[in-house]
Design a binder for this molecule. Structure first.
Ligand code: NAG
Ligand code: AKG
Length: 188
């Protein structure tokens, strides 16, 4: 999974016009996470959610869902179903990659709904940078964009924020940035 994640990062780097291996060093020896989700069936699916709306704080998520379906992404101002496809994986951008791309790639707001009759399983692999390495958009992107959108941080800063102070939602990166700037008096 990590190898696949690293290949995807190479493609993302190329798409941003930076060196293909630019992001590699940040993720080498990083401690990635695999989560196994189990959603029991629910008699009142309209009153419950399996996983509430959030953006992943990590950089890339590679998700496998079973054939029941339940993953929704928020796009064009509405919740849209991501239909399960046998043998396909879903790739999501997370907040850390938003910062690494200076905001060019937006992390994807998503949720999981439950099913009235069927239980559902999904497997989510979260690619994480090495904890103490600095997350910072490449110089040439920042130069081309004219501004640096996010302060420098480490993955362990963001992990501390989401484990101790804040439950991930659609505003995690925004609120993390505010928290970081006020707690460290750092400047952009
Ligand atoms: C996060 O940021 C949003 C948007 O600025 C704000 O409305 C919300 O209250 C913040 N949440 C927390 C818990 O700070
Ligand atoms: O079960 C799903 O399809 C989504 C899971 C998810 O968003 C997560 O584990 O963070």
């Amino acid at each position: 999974m990590k190898e696949l994640g690293m290949k995807l990062l190479e493609l993302l780097a190329l798409s941003l016009g930076v060196d293909r291996l630019h992001y590699k060093e940040l993720f080498e020896d990083g401690c990635s996470v695999m989560r196994c989700n189990f959603y029991p069936s629910c008699q009142e699916p309209s009153l419950a959610l399996g996983t509430g709306p959030h953006c992943d704080p990590t950089s890339l998520t590679i998700l496998h869902q079973d054939q029941v379906g339940g993953l929704d992404v928020f796009a064009d101002n509405t919740w849209q179903t991501v239909p399960p496809r046998a043998r396909a994986l879903v790739v999501n951008i997370g907040d850390t990659f938003t910062a690494l791309s200076n905001g060019r790639y937006k992390s994807c707001l998503h949720r999981a709904v439950v099913n009235k009759y069927k239980e559902r399983r999904s497997l989510a692999f979260f690619l994480c940078p090495k904890e103490d390495k600095v997350v910072r958009a490449p110089e040439d992107i920042v130069r081309r964009d004219g501004t640096k959108q996010y302060p420098d941080f480490t993955w362990s800063n963001l992990l501390e924020f989401t484990q101790n102070y804040y439950r991930a939602d659609e505003a995690t990166l925004h609120n993390f940035t505010k928290w970081l700037l006020s707690s460290k008096q750092q400047t952009l």
